[in-house]
Write a protein that binds this ligand. Sequence first.
Ligand code: FEO
Length: 406
Amino acid sequence: MHCTKKVKDDLIWVGANDRRLAMFEGIYSVPDGVSYNSYLLTDEKTVLFDTVDKAVIERFIENVTHTLNGRKLDYLVVQHMEPDHCAALQEIIARYPAVEIVCNAKSLELIKQFNNFSLDTEERLNVKIVKEGDTLKTGRHNLRFLMAPMVHWPEVMVAYDETDKILFSADAFGTFGALNGAMFADEVDFKKDYMDETRRYYSNIVGKYGVQVGALLGKLSAFPIELICPLHGFVWRRDFGDIIEKYKLWSQYLPEEKGVMIAYASVYGNTENAAEIFACRLRDKGIKTVMFDVSVTPASEIIAAAFKLSHLVFASTTYNAGIFVAMEDFLNDLVAKNIQNRTIGFIENGSWAATSGELMRKKFDKCKKIDVLEQVISIKSGVKEVQLAEIDAMVTAIARDFNEGR
Ligand code: FEO
């Protein structure tokens, strides 16, 4: 049975939710599920904006068939060729062979790469290639296409409906989490229940591409927007100042809050003990702290916290003469996300040859605008009374930063 939602007049959500997926993209847990949004515009011409993941094709096809109500499908706009949005492309072409695929040249390459069309089908593909600023009149609506490369793949484009001021934003402004019956962000307590997952989605999916996200934000500032329809999560129809403000901060790698994220890797609990003492002393000074054991907490959650807070402190035991494996994996991931504009510090532990502090610091050589605290806390096996002064020195340096507004 179909399950659709009206977005506005002649715009219907025909997507679906998946609450059985364990790992989005094979790496990000989605405990609250995920939505794959697809939108069908029933203008004089009918226009489908993207399809869905293979897990929900059956429901999606029911939704499209019901909404078309016997009409033919005129256009399929491909904004993003990642398979979580294009797995049903062949199915749509099979059901609506006259459909015209509206995409850019890069998308067409990916369409051919991802699909096993017969040569015959490929020859019959009805494709309209669009470039930056091209428009498509569908009756009452006039769609304008804007390229958004690397938000999150190179072929990504967004569509702007000039008639109703609707932005179809592809992956941008999306979130993890199923929709649970709601359609609009203002139907839920977004800040309380979804902002953390929105940050985790952003920082892990497009965090690396802040420059490109910033370029898209700049481009969009020329267009009045009344609705934002992303490919995951809720549609925005009001109060989207908050989410736009977050995107401005995240795309420039600016922290949202003053606070210290402490991520530690500990084999027998001694490095953890150092991190705990450090956190307690920060809190004694009224400084916000969050702590993660990198061996336990999924990296995506720690990366989201690193995008939120101003100061990052990493504590790791030395292991095989290097950084403990879970910490090394995490740091590689964080650096790959292009983290910038942070003050960072290190706590190392080594029973006979501590090297992890310097090795962790070197991981950040590629990152821009990173201030490294000169104080390093170096532990031999377990924290001793004499080291409390080292811990206090780093706490004092961070407190000074906070007092000076950095
Ligand atoms: Fe939701 Fe980049 O795909």
